[in-house]
Design a protein around this ligand. Sequence first.
Ligand code: FAD
Length: 392
Amino acid sequence: MNFAATRDEALKRLGEFVAVSGRYSRDRNHVVPGHTNVSRLSAAISRRLVTEWEVAQAPLSRYAASTVEKFTQEVYWRSYWKGWLSLRPQVWDEYREGVEEVEGAERIRAGQGPVAVMNHFARELRETGYLHNHARMWFAAYWIHIERLPWQLGAKFFEDHLLDFDPASNTLSWRWVAGWQTPGKTYLPRRGNLERYLHPDLLDDGGLERLENPSAWLPECPERPAVTRPDLPDDCRLEDGCVLWVHEGDLHPESSPLGSFRPSRVVVTGNGDDRSALQAAWLERALNDTVARMQQHYQVEVERAGSLPGWWSKNSDAAVVGLRPEVGPLRDSLRNLEGDFARLSLVVRPEDRFLRARARGGFFSFWKDLQKKLKAGAFPLAAAEGVGGIGS
Ligand SMILES: Cc1cc2nc3c(=O)[nH]c(=O)nc-3n(C[C@H](O)[C@H](O)[C@H](O)COP(=O)(O)OP(=O)(O)OC[C@H]3O[C@@H](n4cnc5c(N)ncnc54)[C@H](O)[C@@H]3O)c2cc1C
């Protein structure tokens, strides 16, 4: 399987998907060989080779909004999770602190457990860097409620292999399956559901009887995490002449307020450290594509570096501006730069700010509100709606 790793590849894939997007709501949950029922664009979207709103708008050139509503809604699930976690960054820290190896986990990760189809998913994840959404739900539910393994360790297994790894979608989906995200609600892996939605060519029934009467492994008294970071700073000082920092969390600054900025040079960061070979190879292609686009767009020298802290240690007098990385490993890697933030301006895309402000409650209130804005043409925002904020 190939997953678009350049902007051109992502736009081509999006074009192909638009042609069949009218069938998405009917077919999406059916897991078929080659995953032809879904867009397979998640790696490109999670690194912002294409933006969520660009992807959500594309099918509207061909279909009525009501026909492709399911797809639009799924795309904005990503934005909702991202906004939700950004308002409650402590949930990410708690996940990271909770990752601990336990006996029995390696057998399941290696695809040597008692349920053949789950072994297939574990191998597919390692060998392709991708799983269909339904397979992610089944596997996570099996890991937690049948094998009784800690959800944090399962989330880390996904983090270590998914090409599309996204701190918010991954952490919060695992929490949801485990019953932490919506207290009292869990997702259970059921034999009947697998038999209905998994293509017969993929359905090996070895061990499936273990999924006949699953019982939930309910967490004790989960609490709804409080909003601890209600606002992001919103004053921005964009001085021409700064260095533009482009990172793996958002590889399309051209479509952000930084698109019209005139940097003295550009530094593109990212590396294969702590990644699987597949993740590292995908990212390398995406970064090379970004370097070429940056050269074309900004017409200045473009450097490649492993990380911003590493680059800055050799360029200590540079003032830097970049798009604000959201909660996750990239953001964590900036923690040691605390004293340098005076020279680092982090810009928030207005669209991210707009969506984040609506992610305080549940998804359906977020969606209802957004849907009204989409219908009224009030989202995506017009380019003139300005630069977002800076700050740490
Ligand atoms: C346990 C678990 C872990 C997950 N971890 C990640 C992750 O690390 N990174 C990630 O990008 N997605 C994650 N997802 C969400 C979802 O499974 C993937 O986004 C989707 O399967 C990607 O395939 P696609 O691009 O073909 O999706 P499509 O069905 O074509 O959907 C189009 C786009 O909508 C968004 N989307 C679709 N379904 C979801 C969803 N359930 N939640 C959030 N956004 C969605 C994605 O951006 C996706 O690319 C996870 C889901 C579960 C249940």
